[in-house]
Design a protein around this ligand. Sequence first.
Ligand code: PEP
Ligand code: MG
Length: 880
Amino acid sequence: SKWVYSFGAGHNEGRADMRDLLGGKGANLAEMASIGLPVPPGFTITTEVCTAFYENARRYPDELRGQVADALSRVETAVGLRFGDRAKPLLVSVRSGARVSMPGMMDTVLNLGLNDDTVQGLAAASNDERFAWDSYRRFIQMYGSVVLGVDHHRFEEIIETTKHDAGVTEDTALTAADWQRVVAGYKDMVAQETGKPFPEAPEDQLWGAIGAVFGSWMNPRANTYRRLHDIPASWGTAVNVQAMVFGNMGNDCATGVCFTRDPSTGENIFYGEYLVNAQGEDVVAGIRTPQPLSAARAKPDEKPMETVLPNAYDELMRVRETLERHYRDMQDIEFTVQQNKLYMLQTRNGKRTAAASLRIAVEMANEGLIDREEAVKRVNPSALDQLLHPTLDPKAKRTLLSKGLPASPGAASGTIVFNADEAELRAGKGEAVVLVRIETSPEDIHGMHAARGIVTTRGGMTSHAAVVARGMGRPCVAGAGGITVDYGAQTLTAGGHVLRAGETITLDGATGEVFVGSVAMIEPKLSGDFATLMEWADEFRRMKVRTNAETPLDAETARKFGAEGIGLCRTEHMFFDPARIGAVRQMIMAADERGRRVALEKLLPFQREDFTDLFRIMAGLPVTVRLLDPPLHEFLPHADAELEEVAQALGADIEAMRRRAAELAEANPMLGHRGCRLGISYPEIYEMQARAIFEGALAVAKETGAAPVPEIMIPLVGTRRELEITRAQVDKVAREVFAAAGTTLEYLVGTMIELPRAALVADRIAEVADFFSFGTNDLTQTVFGLSRDDAGKFLPHYVESGILPKDPFVSIDVDGVGAMVRIAVEGGRKTKHDLKLGICGEHGGDPSSIAFCEQVGLDYVSCSPYRVPVARLAAAQAAL
Ligand code: PEP
Ligand code: MG
């Protein structure tokens, strides 16, 4: 079989699309050579050799030596030099190159082929003794450390001694004779360290370097990197052997790296740096200051390549054009100039910031380099989230306090406050505050809203704080277990810092980090490119994108981001408003149905107004309203002192109040008296909510002439009968309201699928449902038997150690929870082929979960307002 592929000098056996076999570097070298770019000739030993090597107890395939020899002699002929020749020696570089670039492996050995003989040839060819001996010592140093494993300090010591003996302080002051002494010293030292003389035969050097590349594929650093990035060990690495060109042979030589567009802004300018008379590693080493490429971008004291090496620069500009036209993407290139002639050493698709990726995609489509579909595919949806929020200035100094979960993106600074009322009070006076809580509950919403950012020390990615913060677009770090909060002392403690209320902290909700003091930030700028890409995405999308929202502000924000309706209005969030919580508590405390109805009567006008507002904002679009879901005790205060206050306000007996609170307490509230179970125990609650919805909808219909279509959603249904009973309550109210108004309105009644049983009997539930919406937060909780509110304590460990590939509350667990969704989709559609299906768990805003939703054929996804653009793009990509 074929183990070696040649490139350059008119013999190109590889192509860009062969990166699995040739690695990224090898495939692109072959591709560049075949489109006529100046690539020094060489060859690639395939990744299959790496695999075979490890399968055969580290032995190479038999034909390999012969194939390498043939390829090498082709290179020799092409450049007119011979490996090991004293007069005209060929020198090569040996580089690793996996499918994806992978830190941790052996990277590069340059100048391979030098020995005491060939160094003479190099000196003669370059007419520069010093250059030749310097190259030789660089080779021994590189080879010695990366192939033979000699500590690089041992090499430094010898240089230091030589400089000392020569009475100089700079490397540049060493002469050819000095470098010759360094070489001798290196060789003695290596022989001592390794017990073997430094290999003189170029053949031995080459096989040593090849062996080192393959060996490094399994070194601990590479293994760790692969594990963290899901790269299978079976991919293997390729080895590239290429004729050397020298950027350090004089002042008509140079080496550089560049991007075909600006990788941080995406601007269509040539962006990069170079060094005259230098070899690749000098640019990276940072000893000399690299200079800019283009004269237009140069400062007065800089020496741009355009003026210093004008011919090579012109050639590089042509290469830039050719590469972009050919690869149709921004390229990251490495080049060398040897005696005014340009050589290309590498090209690959360049890494870029979120903003740059957006701009490059849109501009390349406008330039006709790619089509719109391709532009839509190119932008990572998660990157958009970053663009909508302020971010920390990467250059700003910072002191890490602790790290939690990246629960809601964006950065925020503010003074620490430990409770919601205080947050609201201080924010009302214009102070920027960060709300720090052990965890949050619906009672804290006003404080969360008032705060610039939220930090909790407990809870996961679907904890209350995380969900609500995302909905509001507030940055949030959740479950920062390294922080200890003492409400009594009004302090937080972490990593040796003790901070009091009123001191400043900064959080980065995209990374989960919390910092001491304030850190400088960069405000987001939404460019026209953003709107353009969104429009293009909408052309390709099949699924609709709705939002999870209950306040007018959130609903408006979501519409601005392109939401096509509301997929989840959590009505309980409306109950905490100070104007209503009294009536809610009165309802909870009531001794009987009559008492509850009195309290509910007070709530009705508030709820009607809530829904009227939402229907108006979402005019002409569907609005899904979920009836009351959480257990009632969530609405009662927890502290005894507050309980007393509430009792007084309600004119209730404190003892009765305590008794009721004790009655409502549950050992396992998430599996307790909640969801439709409440509606079944207390039908009057759902009746009031249904009435408010229908009256609100009729009011908007009358006002605007466009009747909204309310979709009433019953939570936590597990049996057909539960939905049948609650649906009958809703239908009865509809008839009453319509009769009173003398008009009717189209509406739907459906359920959430958030319990395994509901998924399993979905065919029967569908008999009484107009739609299903997957509540994948609870479904994940119940399928895994994993508490949403407590998982933060151990789930990160599960993810870090690979027990779970991802946090299942963030990205849907396709195998388990996903299987449950599939069962419900099939069951539901078997009964009603056009059953409307959506998702409203947090997964509705997660790109890979959205891809899953497309696969199973959901009609829409619903997510928090700031995720709407992410979901629009992800839904388009899923459909392409
Ligand atoms: C869900 O469970 O997925 C859901 C959307 O409801 P909540 O998060 O309010 O429980
Ligand atoms: Mg739920």
